[in-house]
Design a protein around this ligand. Structure first.
Ligand code: HEM
Length: 322
């Protein structure tokens, strides 16, 4: 063998071996469970569908649970962990306390999938898939979910309090809290369109319906006042639909309501001001543009700082670490 060939072959071998020695960079993939647990997605789909057919609002609650997970240390199922001596549960943070729902639905889906493939499917992936199934179940868009997220061993009540936007936020605060998670203003408006589903409690929209601002329709405010008394501490948890027309199905009525100054939360109505107004106008005119923007933004939101590869764990149950 000539010297040239020898050098060529050894350098090829070296390149090959260093390549296979190099740990392949772990990333999310739509086929992640295809070999590891081929039935995972269908088991989860069935379980989530059952829960939503028992209670339609559950679709809203599951989409919100995924949002509240992803905005706090990334999509790592940290929101599902119960309080222990070493874990400060996010469940009791202000945005979640007496408000976040659907924990038992995720736990039931986890149990169903554990029976078939123990220790394989993460709670973080179940939450992400649940949000997609919830959208589909109420006639919303579908999208491809990339999988392979792992679960955290920690939670952070303080990050839940600081990183989740509140209903009294200014537009600038909303834009920056989403920008901090890599989401654009258009993503923020599209994702707020989740408020086409679900309910909110009186104490979270009282100021708006009793204020004398010009950004609220008078008839709408007076209707909402009937079940939301002005006195703090009375009827605080009475519910009103976030989309007054069709709270149980995914459509663009939420944006049409905003154009009529009938947004329930201050943080909804504020989207008709400043730079967000163009997106509200677009989505209220064009339901397909909304559905596409929503699906794309859900994919982006679902991929905030995932734990992949050897980071994190696969929890055996979702509310505690192994
Ligand atoms: C833009 C900032 C946002 C603010 C300030 C906000 C605030 C709120 C508030 C105050 C409620 C009512 C909670 C209660 O009454 O207990 C609510 C409900 C809800 N939010 Fe948001 N939200 C925002 C963005 C989002 C996003 C990005 C999503 C999902 C991608 C989302 C999905 C939902 C859903 C589906 C409900 C109804 C939940 C149910 O009926 O159980 N929200 N939101």
């Amino acid at each position: 063998m000539g010297q040239f060939n020898f050098v060529l072959i050894t350098s090829l071998l070296l390149a090959f071996s260093t390549n296979i020695m190099k740990p392949c960079e772990a990333q999310l993939s739509s086929t992640f469970y295809d070999s590891r647990c081929p039935r995972a997605t269908s088991i989860i789909r069935t379980s989530i569908r059952q829960a939503i057919s028992r209670e339609r609002r559950m679709a809203a609650s599951l989409i919100r649970l995924h949002f509240h997970d992803c905005f706090v240390q990334g999509c790592d199922a940290s929101i599902l962990l119960d309080e222990t001596s070493s874990i400060q549960s996010e469940k009791t943070a202000f945005p979640n306390r007496n408000s976040a729902r659907g924990f038992e639905v995720i736990e039931a889906a986890k149990l169903a999938v554990e029976r078939v493939c123990p220790g394989v499917v993460s709670c973080a992936d179940i939450l992400t898939l649940a949000a997609r199934e919830a959208s589909v179940a109420v006639s919303g868009p579908s999208w491809t979910v990339r999988l392979g997220r792992r679960d955290s061993t920690t939670a952070s009540r303080s990050l839940a309090n600081s990183d989740l936007p509140g209903p009294g936020s200014t537009l600038a605060q909303l834009i920056s809290s989403f920008a901090n998670k890599g989401l654009s203003e258009r993503d923020m408006v599209a994702l707020s369109g989740s408020h086409t589903l679900g309910q909110a409690q009186c104490f979270l929209f009282r100021t708006r319906i009793y204020g004398n601002g010009s950004d609220v329709d008078a008839g709408f405010a007076s209707t909402r006042r009937r079940r939301c008394p002005q006195t703090i501490g009375t009827g605080d948890s009475n519910l009103a639909p976030l989309d007054l027309v069709t709270p149980n199905s995914f459509d663009n009525n939420y944006f049409k309501n905003l154009n009529q100054r009938k947004g329930l939360l201050q943080s909804d109505q504020i989207l008709t001001t400043g730079t967000s107004a163009t997106f509200v106008a677009e989505f209220s005119r064009n339901p397909r543009a909304f559905a596409t923007a929503f699906a794309n933004a859900m994919i982006k939101m679902g991929e905030i700082q995932p734990l992949v590869g050897t980071n994190g764990i696969i929890r055996r149950v979702c509310n505690a670490i192994n």
